[in-house]
Design a protein around this ligand. Structure first.
Ligand SMILES: Cc1cc2nc3c(=O)[nH]c(=O)nc-3n(C[C@H](O)[C@H](O)[C@H](O)COP(=O)(O)O)c2cc1C
Length: 347
């Protein structure tokens, strides 16, 4: 499947194709990517990450002067301009082999669409260098591994490779889970504030803390000198029974008060999900599984297709909301549709 016109528009169809075309050896991981199963333990957080979006509806305002061709979806994040408010979430492990030259294909798509991509640990500096060379805006997120000097080294190498930002996913400190399988249990450790400060000071480029779900962690991120946070449940793989990213977003946005960029991820499947997160104050979102599906579907072209689908959906929604640019969105565009929505939109 290589031509755009052959790619399916329906998410169900896309998921089915991905599930069927992944090699057998990735079967367990493929399950979590394609939502046949997903997240850790009971899957509560993972399910809630998807379901929370159902709690919010839009206030339609069809009588307005906004035309689709004029809708501007671009955002400015830490000195880089993204044509869409979407970045590719950091992913590592077996994703390197979901298609031939995964990171090269990802960089090509991201360079063509002028957005940003990130890479997780342990992908090495060679990968970052190659991605940056395509003109893509790249940032690196390192795991909280036990060897602090190795973390600093990894962040430094990202800076040297031309990444515009780098950081740590602090939700991996107790390992991550897919179902009942624990990954990174023996390689990661909690990091104290003092050490986090020291790590932050080891690079000059903007610093990101990924995996923030509480006001406390948002405040701590500001205190240690972070320039951005990612409000994220790690796609439901970190702490089962944590609320979804969407449920905690408004309180975190309030605490941050524009002093850091707020990125959002976990559970994004449609343009409407992105518009809801932005209306609640996120500066941009990251997509994990949807990006993987695109790569499996048709390498760079498949990922570009997914980005186009999301952008088309967002443009159409913005027209119906009477918003010409991302900055025009705010929580007045949203109404609660159930008890989760009530909590999210509480005054
Ligand atoms: C296969 C896979 C590998 C991942 N690897 C990493 C990683 O190395 N570092 C990290 O911070 N997050 C990692 N994540 C989490 C993503 O960055 C992101 O938080 C999550 O996928 C967002 O949820 P979504 O997949 O529903 O969009 C990974 C996710 C997947 C699906």
């Amino acid at each position: 499947m290589n031509e755009n016109e052959d790619f399916p528009r329906s998410l169900e169809e896309i998921r089915t194709i991905v599930r069927e075309s992944l090699p057998e050896k990735y079967d367990r991981m493929a399950n979590t990517w394609t939502h046949i199963s997903g997240g850790c333990e009971t899957g509560s957080t993972w399910r809630r990450s998807i379901e929370a979006f159902e709690g919010l509806g839009f206030v339609q305002k069809g009588i307005n002067p906004v035309v689709q061709e004029k809708v501007d979806l671009s955002v400015n994040i830490l000195g880089t301009k993204w044509e869409l408010p979407i970045g590719i979430a950091p992913m590592s492990g077996v994703i390197a082999s979901v298609c031939k030259n995964t990171f090269g294909e990802m960089a090509t798509a991201v360079g063509n669409k002028n957005i940003a991509a990130s890479v997780g640990y342990p992908a090495g500096p060679e990968i970052h260098k190659k991605m940056v060379e395509t003109g893509a805006a790249v940032f690196r997120i390192v795991k909280p591994i036990k060897d602090i000097e190795k973390i600093k080294e990894a962040l430094k190498s990202a800076q040297e490779a031309g990444c515009f930002a780098a950081g740590i996913d602090t939700d991996s400190v107790a390992g991550l889970k897919a179902g009942d399988n624990v990954n990174y249990k023996d390689t990661c450790d909690p990091i104290s504030m003092d050490v986090l400060k020291e790590i932050r000071e080891s690079i000059e480029i903007p610093f990101i803390i990924k995996g923030v779900l509480s006001e406390e962690d948002a405040r701590a991120s500001m205190e240690l000198g972070a320039d951005a946070i990612v409000v994220s449940t790690h796609g439901g793989s970190a702490l089962d029974y944590s609320p979804s990213s969407l449920e905690v977003l408004p309180d975190i946005v309030r605490v941050v008060d524009h002093k850091m960029k707020v990125l959002f991820d976990s559970g994004i499947r449609r343009g409407s999900d992105i518009v809801k997160a932005l209306a609640l104050g996120a500066d941009a979102v990251l997509i994990g599984r949807m990006a993987l599906w695109g790569l499996v579907l048709g390498q760079a072209k498949g990922l570009e297709w997914i980005l186009e689908l999301l952008a088309d959906e967002m443009r159409r929604i913005l027209v119906l909301l009477g918003a010409e640019k991302i900055g025009d969105l705010d929580r007045k565009a949203l109404v609660p549709l159930n008890h989760i929505g009530d909590r999210i939109l509480k005054p």
